[in-house]
Ligand binder design. Structure first.
Ligand SMILES: Nc1ncnc2c1ncn2[C@@H]1O[C@H](COP(=O)(O)OP(=O)(O)OP(=O)(O)O)[C@@H](O)[C@H]1O
Length: 606
């Protein structure tokens, strides 16, 4: 039982080194030369203090010896030792300064490296990860302190090695005096060491429990300070309420922090008194031995230095250990994130076996992870090349989900989707995505120029101004772009200097143009493409729609029946199921759900 407890305590104490190896490996692969320099300087800085203490002893002994010889005394020997000590002190200062320089260089390199690792990893993950709050915690935690934590852990690990080296060498010097003194000092240091690791473990746990609260705090900060939220926050007068919530979370966290910090401080002090008392007992012992003439004055000077510095080195080591726990927490988050399994994009097909077949959904069902009800239930549909399909249905009926499956952001749970006769999952994802032009309801408003905002629709032609113009024409954006101060070169958004903000409808026209940038795409997905546009723009799009999308299959989601009518086929879905399919005329004649909604909307205009 007792051995088990000791083993547990030991394991807990050693947990502090859990990620040190990986952090060092990370630093090593970031810059080998800097790591070697850092390690060498650590070694030098660890060993020199004992050497300096020893030189101090040699100086005093040589001085005493020469002084006893009177006028004939040899002055050169003490002076030689003084010179040596001066050199050693300079070397120590040099190595300490070198360590600081190395650390700042490594901090910059490592920060960049870790950030790039995180962002690269994020690229490889599926959409479902980003919709998972636990995963989001990991991502935020990983990014938050990317530039400081890995280096801090390395510095502290090296710092601890340096302190340990100094303490061991001090110990070696002290062994000459008495093995017992060394043993007493080590034993007296143990309680403080164990208490520190125990409190650090508690702090470690406290931090990990808190991830959701911390994320909530960050979210509130964002709400309170970001330009796109500020209008609503002001007009709904939410500032006070949000700040109150922000403060409350802080106070709750602070309360826990304060308790732990106070306990840690108090116990840390009390237990370090034990080791200090042991230090000074040994010190008194040395004074007595010197007075009795059993050791030289030089020895006493050396031990004095060893005790003084040993004490502060020991305190530094304890602080390092406390910090290392926090660094470990960060790194465990980082590695949790980096080791998240990335689904390998598979599928190699680049050409379909039956290009005349277009797109076919066969009994497709899909439920979002964590939901009990399916978002899509047994959907079947067929769209031939060039055909246009409109999907109609009330909020939450599954329209956007259908598009997410079509664009392979998610895979069906059952059933299959075919493109040109080949299962969508077997297509090479890059080839598949090149064939799809899309505008989502929540399209991105890039804080780039107008041209780039359209150009991102086909990154290979990002800077091709001819294509921008063509796409802008199709997306009805051209007239207002010509009125902007720098036409296509106008910077958009308010984040950067000289940025020009657009209206909601203008942004939507830019997004629509972006979808038309993909001239090689034969599948066009439009999720509420005209919801923010004025009546004239919608009418124009309606009129030109067939010409601009001549060879494309179109999936159009809209609540506006004026837009829906453009389609060859209309599909009505309700709670994830297809309830009606047909042309506008057929569905009106059928007098079902579609007809009901159509006349309802039409009545509103009369
Ligand atoms: N990321 C998600 N995770 C879990 N459930 C989701 C997610 N997105 C949508 N859902 C759920 O799936 C169902 C279908 O949503 P979907 O977005 O496809 O509806 P929609 O028909 O596009 O609605 P709207 O007309 O409001 O845009 C809804 O019940 C919604 O709550």
């Amino acid at each position: 039982m007792k051995t088990q407890k000791t083993r547990k305590a030991l394991r807990q104490s050693l947990a502090v080194f859990r990620y040190s190896g990986r952090a060092i490996a990370l630093v090593w692969t970031t810059s080998r030369s800097l790591t070697i320099i850092l390690a060498s300087l650590t070694l030098i800085a660890g060993l020199l203090p004992a050497a300096i203490a020893y030189l101090g002893k040699l100086i005093v002994d040589a001085v005493v010896f020469s002084a006893q010889a009177g006028i004939n005394g040899d002055i050169s020997r003490p002076l030689l030792y003084v010179a040596l000590e001066a050199i050693a002190v300079m070397l120590l200062a040099g190595s300490q300064r070198g360590l600081i320089v190395c650390q700042s260089l490594l901090r910059a390199l490592l920060g960049q490296r870790v950030n790039v690792l995180i962002l690269e990893k994020a690229q490889t993950l599926d959409l479902k990860y980003f919709e998972d709050s636990e995963f989001y915690d990991k991502l935020l935690n990983a990014r938050r302190e990317a530039s400081v934590r890995p280096l801090s852990l390395v510095n502290r690990t090296f710092g601890l090695v340096q302190s340990a080296l100094s303490l061991v060498t001090y110990g070696i010097l002290l062994v000459k005096f008495s093995v017992w003194a060394v043993i007493v000092l080590i034993v007296a240091a143990m309680p403080a060491f164990i208490a520190e690791t125990k409190f650090a473990t508690q702090a470690f746990r406290l931090f990990s429990w808190r991830a959701p609260e911390t994320r909530q705090q960050h979210y509130l900060e964002n709400l309170l300070a970001r330009e796109d939220y500020v209008t609503e926050i002001k007009l709904f007068q939410l500032g006070g309420m949000l700040l109150r919530r922000y403060r409350n979370i802080f106070h709750q966290l602070y309360g826990e922090d304060r308790d732990l910090t106070l306990r840690r401080g108090l116990w840390g002090y009390l237990l370090s008194l034990v080791s200090t008392a042991a230090f000074y007992l040994a010190y008194a012992w040395i004074v007595i031995e010197t007075v009795l003439g059993k050791i030289s004055l030089g020895d006493m000077t050396m031990y004095l230095t060893v005790f003084r510095q040993g004490q502060s080195t020991f305190a530094a080591a304890l602080t390092s250990i406390g910090g290392m726990y926090e660094d470990n927490l960060y790194l465990s988050n980082l590695y949790d994130f980096l080791e998240e399994e990335s689904p390998q994009p598979w599928g190699t097909v680049t050409i379909g076996i039956n290009p005349e077949d277009g797109i076919r959904f066969e009994n497709v069902s899909f439920t979002y992870p964590g939901n009990s009800k399916p978002a899509l239930n047994n959907i079947s549909l067929h769209l031939k090349p060039g055909e246009k399909l409109a999907i109609v249905g009330e909020n939450g009926s599954g329209k956007t989900t259908l598009i997410k499956l079509l664009t392979r952001l998610y895979a069906p749970d059952s059933g299959k989707i075919f493109l040109d006769g080949v299962d969508l999952q077997e297509w090479d994802i890059e080839v598949l995505r090149r064939r799809i032009g899309v505008i989502f309801q929540n399209f991105v408003r890039y804080q780039f120029t107008v041209g780039e905002n359209i150009g991102v629709g086909d990154v290979e032609y990002l800077d091709d101004s001819h294509r921008w113009q063509n796409a802008a024409q199709k997306g009805m954006a051209e007239p207002f772009i010509h009125q902007l101060p720098d036409n296509f070169s106008t910077q958009l958004g308010r984040w950067f200097k000289g940025g020009h903000e657009l209206s909601g409808g203008q942004w939507q026209k830019i997004a629509l143009s972006r979808a038309f940038m993909r001239t090689r795409a034969d599948i066009l997905v439009l999720d509420e493409p005209t919801s923010a546009m004025d009546a004239q723009a919608e009418f124009d799009i309606f009129n030109h729609f067939r010409t601009v999308t001549q060879n494309q299959m179109v999936f159009l989601i809209s609540h506006r029946f004026s837009t829906v009518r453009m389609a060859d086929k209309i599909m009505v879905i309700e709670a994830g199921k297809v309830v009606e399919q047909g042309t506008h005329a057929e569905l009106l004649a059928a007098d079902g759900q579609y007809a009901k909604l159509f006349w309802l909307q039409a009545a509103g205009y009369q």
